[in-house]
Design a protein around this ligand. Structure first.
Ligand code: UD1
Length: 422
């Protein structure tokens, strides 16, 4: 069975890595085997946004690199579609796996759903990992990507129960929805030990020598902001930064910046809120009061270590809401909604909105709450194993029913009923 696995942007890498590992594990014991083809669209291309994650997650070099780069939503999506169509025609895989909700996810799903390898309309099976999440906010580009990808997919692998219900309400057959857990959390478990390296805490002066050779971590906040809705508009960005001022006088705030956020801070002339990492002398001491320590994007392991030891995380990311839930770190989400309600239900995450007062109040309520790990159902490190098992079983069932020999023909669009459900 030949499977194309698509990645494009930073959050895709940790969702895809466990799937490749699970395929390798399965291939050690099973026949027929799964032949994976890793396709990187190049949506994220900076070394810090892509290569660093490949190294930290032990991902192999992509088999195919499309090199699309940045662009408007339409241009980027169209460019990926054009290039991915040729990939499908050349590779003729049995299945395509897309993960998450970025433009690469949508583009490759659309191409897979519409391609036809022969007069019968034969095409690869399309599987969406992290299906069913809904913010119910169509102004979010990711929400459009999620809805369209889900409605095109043959198999929908969901991470939390809300995903199952959302998809059913939208009329998707129950048989195609599979509650398997969260592959991003598979990566967290796989890398947690390796990530526990104090070098990143030392770099920011967050760790001090205690008695008897022990060390003590000072309370600090990790901040991430990258959504266009939060950083593109100067007035809104100031609202958010003002909401962080009070806590900045009490604790170091470490802010690994997405390149777009860094660019916007320069453009909006908001450098006065930050202390940027200039020169070695400033690196190893906490930030001056009232300022936010602005640094470049971190790799996966360093970021995980920083989050794991933080007193609080303030973010507008989706994945970080999930990681903090799993690690039991209090999280304040700088958004009006979340597509990941389980993080709120478990009590680690609160929605603060995007106004300074709400952000300040949420931070005060969450600050130094006692960490409590609360793993949602099936976030147990085995999601990728379930996904690959289902894909292979499905493929074998189809082959038996059509009497084909292994790997000679792509899968038709409509999968047979599947049995795994919440
Ligand atoms: C994308 C995803 C978002 C995800 C985020 C994670 C979409 C619609 N959005 O947003 O869901 O949360 O990735 O980071 O797919 N840039 C660089 N170097 C890079 C990549 C981007 O400098 O390697 C800059 C460019 O100026 C680019 C901008 O960042 O125009 C935005 O990149 P893009 O991939 O379009 O979207 P993200 O904001 O990263």
């Amino acid at each position: 069975m030949k499977v194309i696995l698509v990645v494009g942007a930073r959050p895709n890498f940790m969702k895809a890595a466990p799937i490749l590992r699970a395929i390798a594990d399965l291939n050690r014991t099973e026949k027929p085997q799964i032949t994976p083809v890793l396709v990187h669209t190049g949506q994220h291309y900076d070394a810090a946004m892509s290569d660093a994650f490949f190294a930290d997650l032990n991902l192999p070099k992509p088999d195919i690199y499309l090199g699309v780069g940045s662009g408007s939503h339409a241009c980027q999506t169209a460019e990926i579609m054009k290039k991915f169509e040729s990939v499908l025609e050349n590779e003729r895989p049995d299945a395509v796996i897309v993960v998450g909700d970025v433009n690469s996810t949508l583009a490759c799903a659309l191409v897979t759903a519409k391609i036809s390898f022969d007069a019968n309309g034969t095409r690869p099976l399309l599987a969406h990992v992290e299906a069913g999440l809904r913010s119910f906010d169509r102004a979010m580009p990711e929400e459009c990507n999620r809805v369209v990808t889900d409605h095109l997919s043959d198999l929908l692998f969901v991470t939390e129960e809300s995903g199952f219900h959302n998809l059913q309400k939208e009329g998707i057959d129950k048989e195609r929805i599979l509650f398997v857990g969260n592959t991003m959390i598979d990566s967290l478990f796989a890398c947690e030990k390796q990530a526990d390296n104090p070098r990143i805490l030392e770099r920011f002066g967050l760790i001090a020598a205690g008695t008897n050779g022990s060390t003590k971590t000072s309370p600090y906040v990790v901040l991430t902001l990258h959504r266009p809705a939060n950083v593109d508009d100067r007035r809104l960005l100031i609202e958010i930064l003002d909401g962080l001022q009070e806590i900045a006088t009490r604790a170091t705030i470490v802010f690994p910046m997405h390149p777009r956020t860094h660019k916007k801070i320069q453009e909006h002339e908001l450098r006065s809120y930050f202390e940027f990492e200039e020169g070695e002398s400033r690196r190893d001491r906490p930030c001056a009061k009232g300022l936010i320590k602005g640094i470049g994007p971190l790799g996966y392991l360093d970021f995980l270590c920083l989050v794991k030891h933080a007193s609080l995380v303030v973010t507008d990311s989706g994945g970080i809401q999930e990681e903090t839930t799993c690690l039991g770190i209090p999280c304040v989400t700088v958004r009006e909604n979340t597509e990941r309600p389980v993080t709120i239900e478990k009590g680690t995450n609160v929605l603060a909105g995007i106004h300074s007062r709400g952000i300040r109040d949420a931070i005060n309520a969450q600050w130094q709450r006692v960490p409590k790990s609360c793993r949602p159902e099936k976030w147990d490190g085995h999601a990728a194993k379930r996904i690959t098992r289902i894909l292979l079983d499905h493929h074998q069932r189809r082959q038996r029913s059509s009497g084909q020999s292994a790997g000679t023909q792509p899968i038709h669009s409509r999968p047979a009923a599947l049995e795994v459900q919440p």
